[in-house]
Design a protein around this ligand. Structure first.
Ligand code: C2E
Ligand code: CA
Ligand code: CA
Length: 570
């Protein structure tokens, strides 16, 4: 790139040994103009006088009068001079860290043995510095001043090429449920937290001779030589944020890929650190995790599932199970609807539960394709049952938070039911509560237009998403689905039972129905019935089952209805 620009640049060679001066000159003179300084004190003058033309300085560390460190220090403290890249020429590898801290961009070992390599490093340093000036705006994140994701990766790669420090750690930091800070304390507070973390990360990188960056919204990246005490690192980053981060919902997570394998790309090394970081998501007791064999296996499995998905859809390996919902406040418990739950009959891995692949597909956006497939399957099935049994059993499908972002989602789902000759009223849509708190404006709009099309909206996993009462009352929903974790622990008069009663009260005041899921025992059933819960789903009635099994439940319901009609006629 340097030569393409067709401008001859000037290199300052600072070196007191004539033989070394000559060697360096020979390495660069075909493309660069060269000026010299032979001792420390003169060097400063030469740099000052020529600062506007010097593209790079090759600096000897050992000189009479003033050594190279002092030159570096002098430049480092000058706003203009510190912009000039300096490559240090030295016999001592130990001096590297100190020079780095003083702003040196690279090192060349003496004696000079590989002219081609030296030349490439000189070209590259100039290239990088000049490219840097042009793209400075996007290179640094505006809020924290850290390197942005792509530049971070590039610089880490560059660092490896030039300073082959054995043993580097790739580390990812994430603020668990960061969005809550924005929501509860305002955006300013959120920004302050990010800036503080950014400052700490910068410090750590500088102290340890590494690189720091911002990976995304609340993700931070650190590439440092191995050997740090990880608990110390966490403490250092959380310092000053104890009030905000020592919370069971909002806290700092750290994933470490230790002693990286340099045969894989930098990007991939940080993927591994991220895998470790995500492995402790939602686990307040553990705040850091090191990438290990198990994670490696899991990662390999995930990769395989991602690869196999398209084929799975094509070959219809995904099947839909149906779990009935019963209305429990009438004279008898009557079949009210069902939830569609997907399973993967993988040809080699066997029957896979959704927790093996749904979160995975959510992470990489593939879920939308799968969900579309499920909506279509379910619409077909519902249409078939309506014809065969003359009974309206609305089925709920899960709409992932990721689907909400799809363009024309309402049109897509509407077309799906239309193509299968059923009305939108026969396909209910379950959306998890946390999706509302993460992206409230967008989701409210989407949900509104879905309701206008005639779909009923169920808020899934209610009680886990931390929506405020204020928010709930303004949400366009038809049904609240209490999360299983509350139902699981209810007993007469205990705390969870009180929570459940409270949620049922909220639903009543909003005039929406309440569904309790995960109901397994008679005790739970009785308590929920007494509390006024409308509908129940859970093993107490039935496990999710294949269509053939579910049809038996429909037939049973039809039998009951028949009997009721006959009784009424008698
Ligand atoms: P979910 O929507 O909360 O679904 C309820 C889960 O509870 C289901 O697990 C169901 O089998 C299980 N369950 C039902 N009754 C009981 C009970 O009495 N006790 C216990 N312990 N569990 C019960 P499943 O089928 O493994 O699904 C797990 C999650 O995967 C679902 O949670 C849902 O979030 C997701 N999922 C399932 N199918 C789909 C789909 O087609 N699309 C999307 N996006 N997500 C899906
Ligand atoms: Ca659900
Ligand atoms: Ca649920």
């Amino acid at each position: 790139m340097v030569s393409q620009l067709n401008v001859r640049r000037t290199i300052l060679i600072v070196e007191d040994e004539p033989i070394n001066r000559k060697m360096l000159e020979n390495i660069v003179k075909d493309s660069y103009d060269v000026i010299f300084a032979t001792d420390g004190l003169k060097t400063i003058d030469v740099i000052r006088e020529n600062s506007d033309v010097i593209s790079l300085i090759l600096l000897d560390l050992m000189m009479p009068d003033m050594d190279g460190y002092e030159v570096l220090e002098f430049m480092h403290n000058d706003k203009i001079l510190k912009q000039i890249p300096v490559i240090v020429c030295t016999t001592e590898r130990e001096s590297e860290v100190r020079c780095f801290k003083l702003g040196a961009v690279d090192f060349i070992s003496k004696p000079f043995s590989h002219p081609m390599v030296i030349r490439a490093r000189i070209d590259r340093a100039i290239e990088l510095r000049e490219g840097r000036g042009l793209i400075h705006a996007t290179q640094n994140d505006a809020l924290t001043g850290l390197l942005t994701h792509d530049f971070f990766m590039e610089y880490s790669h560059f660092r490896d090429m030039h300073y082959a420090t054995p043993g580097m750690d790739a580390i990812v930091f994430n603020v668990n449920r960061f969005h809550l800070i924005n929501e509860l304390q305002g955006r300013r507070a959120g920004d302050d937290v990010l800036i503080k973390i950014g400052d700490s990360i910068k410090h750590i990188a500088r102290d340890r001779g590494g690189i720091s960056g911002r990976g995304g919204a609340d993700e931070f990246l650190l590439y440092i030589p191995s050997g740090s005490d990880y608990d110390e690192l966490l403490k250092e980053i959380g310092r000053g944020l104890e009030d905000i981060l020592n919370n069971s919902r909002v806290y700092l997570r750290m994933g470490i890929y230790r002693n990286v394998n340099t045969d894989i790309s930098v990007e991939h090394r940080f993927d591994k650190a991220r895998v470790a970081c995500n492995s402790i998501r939602g686990n307040y007791n553990i705040q850091s995790a090191i990438y290990d064999e198990d994670m490696h296996d899991k990662e390999a499995l995930n990769e395989r599932l991602i690869n196999d998905m398209a084929r799975g859809i094509k070959e219809r390996q995904f099947t839909v199970y149906y779990q009935p919902k019963y209305a429990i406040q009438g004279d008898r418990d009557s079949l009210y609807g069902a939830e569609a739950l997907v399973r993967w009959e993988h040809p080699e891995l066997g029957l896979l539960r959704p927790d093996k692949f749904v979160p995975l597909f959510e992470d990489n956006g593939l879920i939308h394709q799968l969900d579309h497939y499920v909506w279509d399957e379910v619409s077909k099935q519902v249409g078939e049952w309506m014809v065969n049994y003359d009974l309206k059993i609305p089925v709920s499908v899960n709409v992932s938070r990721v689907d909400i972002g799809a363009p024309n989602l309402e049109e897509e789902i509407f077309t799906t039911v239309q193509n299968n000759w059923i009305s939108p009223g026969m396909l209910n849509l379950e959306i998890t509560e946390s999706a509302y708190t993460e992206n409230s404006d967008q989701i409210i709009n989407v949900v509104k237009s879905l309701r206008e099309r005639g779909f009923a909206i169920e808020m899934d996993d209610f009680g886990t998403g931390y929506s405020s009462l204020n928010m709930i009352t303004s949400l366009p929903i038809d049904i609240l689905k209490l999360d299983m974790q509350f139902v699981k622990n209810i007993h007469e008069g205990n705390k969870d039972m009180k929570m459940v009663e409270l949620m049922i009260d909220i639903a009543r005041s909003l005039k929406v129905k309440v569904v309790a899921e995960g109901v397994e025992t008679k005790e739970q059933y009785d308590l929920l019935k007494a509390a006024g819960c409308d509908v129940i789903q859970g093993f107490y009635f039935s496990m999710p089952c294949v269509p053939k099994e579910f049809e038996k439940l429909i037939e049973k319901e039809n039998g009951e209805l028949q009997r009721e009609v006959e009784e009424a006629l008698q």
